[in-house]
Design a protein around this ligand. Sequence first.
Ligand SMILES: Cc1ncc(COP(=O)(O)O)c(C=O)c1O
Length: 365
Amino acid sequence: MTKTVPAPKAGILDIAPYVGGKSKIEGVAEPIKLSSNENALGCSALAIEAYEKAREKLFRYPDGHAAPLRAAVAEYHGLEPERLVFGNGSDEVFALLNQVYLEAGDNIVTGEHGFLAYRISALACQAEVKLAEEPDQRISIDKLLELVDDRTKIVYISNPANPTGTWNTPEEIADLRARLDPSILLCIDEAYAEFVDEPTWETAFPMARGLNNMVVTRTFSKIHGLAGLRIGFGYCPVEVIAAIDRIRLPFNANLPAQYAAVAALQDKVHIEASRQQVLNWQPRMRQAIAGLGFDIRKGTGNFVLVYFRDAEEAARANEFLMTQGLIVRHVANYGLPQCLRITIGKDEENQAVIEALGKFAAQRQ
Ligand SMILES: Cc1ncc(COP(=O)(O)O)c(C=O)c1O
């Protein structure tokens, strides 16, 4: 009898596994980790307190409807509670959308430098991922539309985008929605919304309210510093919720995450401090790094994207920063091999980045 092993379905082994930001440097006890766009200030003390309280409830299943969190998010953002779906991070919301809408041979369209999570779960549905050119590293509505065809089911945009930090205006989003067939879902990922201070950026919540084909996602991983707990949500048309709720695992948003997220929303002081840390440091970092002779382009978010001369120099800079105890993200897998993405950290961490890049600049030919 021939011996064989169970074979994953076609395409699974062709998917490049997601590689998260590094967290260790050999021989360095406490490296400065600025590789995953986490919150420099950590999470709220109220969230930790709520998490501690959850200890007593760990033997219970979580609330499958996330009722207290649903009410808290609805109130905080002024959204209809019945239009919210929670996920194990917003990553899970993308995976659920893909699972609901994509059949083998369908496709999603997103930007060439777009977030990888949309793509992985689409490929798992045996769908195609179409990557639109991003002139000037910014989503172009025309380029996206050029790729849309009769097998397109979802168009994904992060606004603002990671890792480029660029954003689209509400007029552009409205234009895209108007020119897309109504049967195609438009998902706007606003993971970095709270860090934007640009007059030409707006949340898409109000636009989505009146539509039955637009989803807006948010996460507790960034402004609320709860990346380790995995909790995010989508603001969806009720028809989308009705479909997702048929396949969503019944207890997908875990109990400590629900507790901590409710508390995080109450801590306005921590939210504002987290926002200010980024709004103060992002322009300072950009200016300081540009002043060292590096190419810095227009961008927002809790990170700075540094453009080097080429991929080889970016790789060298990455290695050099590690020798200085700094872990940043080389974003070659986002189609930007010449770039390093550096998360805004604590004051002294940001200063360490500037100092280390200064040393690297000094040895640059
Ligand atoms: C653009 C974008 N969307 C979503 C996320 C993921 O959020 P979550 O932690 O909620 O899965 C990230 C995290 O880095 C991101 O950069």
